[in-house]
Every structure is written in C-alpha cells, then in structure tokens.
Design a protein. Sequence first.
Length: 479
Amino acid sequence: MQFGIFTVGDITVDPTTGRTPSEHERIKAMVAIALKAEEVGLDVFATGEHHNPPFVPSSPTTMLGWIAARTERLLLSTATTLITTNDPVKIAEDYAMLQHLADGRVDLMMGRGNTGPVYPWFGQDIRQGIPLAIENYALLHKLWREDGVDWEGRFRTALQGFTSTPRPLDGVPPFVWHGSIRSPEIAEQAAYYGDGFFANHIFWPKEHTQRMVDLYRTRYAHYGHGTAEQAIVGLGGHVFMRRDSQDAVREFRPYFDNMPQISGGRSLEEYTAQTPLTVGSPQEVIEKTLTFRAYAGDYQRQLFVVDGGGLPLKTVLEQIDILGEEVVPVLRREFAIGRPAHVPEAPTHASLVAAREAPHPRPTAPEETAAERWERATRRFEDRDYTGAARLLAPLVEEAPQQTAARLLLARAYYHSAQLRRAEEQLREVIARDPVEDYAHLLLGRTLQRQGRDEEAKPYLRTAAAFSRAARAEDETAR
C-alpha cells in the first residue's frame, strides 16, 4: 500500500502571525515538502493544478520535473490534472516527457477542478464539465496507446495521423487515477477504462465516500477488469498531530477557522466528527485512518493533506516527520493484516511493464461466457480501444488456440496499440496454422517494417500481394 502527501499549494495568511508567504516562498515550500516526504520514507508526492489566486501550482510538470531531479524513489503525481481545460495532446506529451525524466516514477490524477472561472480562461464552458472530462480523456487514452491517431470530437480541432511525442516510457503510459469528490460519472469513467479511482473524501462523510467507491468497484467488475475487490482505490485524508491531542486541537484551531472553504461554517469538533479530518495524537490518526477500510474496502493509496490554511513550513515538515516515523509504519503493518492475496498492490511503472509482458492478463469476470467476451472485445476494437480489446482477446485465444479469427483480431489489436513484438508472435502463429491467410502476411510485413526490419518484411508483403492478385484474377474469371 502506498502512503504520501498531496497539496493544493494555497497562499494563505498565517492567522497566528498575520504573515503571508510570497509566491516564491510557497513554491519552494512545496518542493521542501516533497523532499521531506522522500526523506521519511513516504511513497508519493502529489501537487494540485490551479490557475487562479491564491494558488501557485499552475505548471505541475515543471515542479515535478524539478523534484524528480532531486529525488530517487518518490513517486510523483498530481491532485489533480485538469482534464477539462488542458489540451489532451499537451497532457500526453508533457507527462510522457516527465515519465522519461523521472525514469517511470510518475502517475497522474485526472480531475475537473472546482474553480468555475478557470473554464472560460481556457476557452471552455463549465456547463460542459462532465462531457469535456469524458471526451478529453478518451483522446488522451488513445494518444498514449496508438500511433497515427485520427480523431474528431466536440471540443477541439480534429487530428489526422497524429502521433504524440515522446512516446510513453517502455511503451507503457503513466497510470491514471480519476479523482472526484461528488461525481458518479467520474467513478464510471475510471471503471470503464480499468483505471484507478481516487475519492478525495476530506470534505465528505464516510457514507458518501462508501457510495462512490462501491459504485466504482461494481462497474469495474462489470467492465471485466477483475473482481470488485481488485479495483484500484485511493483515498484522501487530512491530519494535524501533536503528542498531546489537546495541544493539537489548540494549535490547529486558528488555521482551521482560517479555511472557510473547508469548514463550511462548522466548528472543528463538528467537522472532525463528520469527515476524515483528524486533529490529535499520532495514535488517533492511526486509529481513524484504519477505519477507512471498513467502508472503502482494501485499497491501494492513502494521501494526506498536512499543509494549507497558512501553516508555516516548519510545522508542516514536523507533521511529515511524525507521519514517516510514527504513523505510516504502523498503518503499513495494520493494513497488511488480513489483506486478501488477490487484492493488487498500487500500480507502478515496473508493475505495469511486468503485467504487459505477463502471459496471463487479469481475468475477466467469471460469469461471462466466451461469446460475451468476444462480443465485448470486438466492440472495444471497433471503438479503437485496442489495448482494452487485447486484454479481452488474449484469454480467448489461449482457451481456443485453433480459432484463427480471434488470434488475428488479437494481432491487429496489438499492432494498433504499438505492441509490435506481441503482434508479430500472433501473426506468425496464424500463418503457421493457416498459410493462405493473406491479411496475416500483409500485417506481419507491416509489423516488421514498423520495427525497422524491412528485409524480413519483404517476403510477407510479396506473398500478400500475390494472394491479392490471385483473388482479383479469380474475381474476374467469375464474372
């Protein structure tokens, strides 16, 4: 299980001193928070994205690239990347570049944001927030998995034969979480793609979070990515700690009262009773965090907010020290107890590369028949979700290796998702079983060409051309 920090990078007056940090100080403080997170053994640092005061992180990839150069192990993420107002092409290229610079230590969380005026600043309409999130992510998903993308949608100019650069590291895109506080459509979107769902439940009671997570898990299983328990879930949390809980409450109260966007007019006591916010001793943080599993199930990522509201950097770094030294080691141990073996760990670049190379992809839902899986795979292929189609087709081919149609479609899915070695392997098997399958010869030739193996490709392309000429001649004779 992964534990880390996320920050929105607000600039707020310290209510106890009246001092407001400069933008420069706040940006440098965010970097210091990330470096401290790695120092104490946390796994993840995530930055928000905002384009309006009082926030400073308008360019997450710039900040994360700088942090990547100064860290070795920390996984770098976002909370969130604005899928609604950013161009998906720019997201595809910026985060692929960051992925290379950080040697794969990158994932990102998609979100719509919660600041209405930002939409028109980027030429969009907030009333189209959900459709924008759905369409833009569909394009981003495709850009990371296909070369020569053709695209036409409602919200951006069309693309013809476009390939984003650089390509994802090792041909594996960064893992994507879809973050949401209140939108079931985003839980549905995460489930459809088999991506992670991050419920930032720092503002909401546990009953609301449970409904959102349950919806995501149910739909994840419905789309055949695995069982509901295998869905990838992340949760937010908000903590402030001192050795004595009364000292924690006394010290944090003025900062809480300085955050009206969080409190909503409630007292600190009311808010901590109704939400995951924990203000108290390290043991109280441990105990409350462990209750999250009761309503969210076994999950993969826990991120904490420890700054904001004008808290000085010295205090924030003290909070991270306590997390790393006293809280997270206990949480790791306790969350591991009773965790079923089939519940996956949080995805990393290394695990995603290994999963792609593994001979057995994640199984589909057991109640689905082979015919139903075939139908769903063909729909995925027709929708140009080639990676999703391949994930469904591979087990079908393994179960019925004599079925040329399934194997050929699997090869096409691999080809269009740039998994060229796998495409080559399947096409050679098709030709071995059915030497007159002309399209297999053609596609194998093209697959070899894309790998720069032109001489190897020539015999297969010649054979395909000969089959084509023979078919035309037979056609003319028949007339």
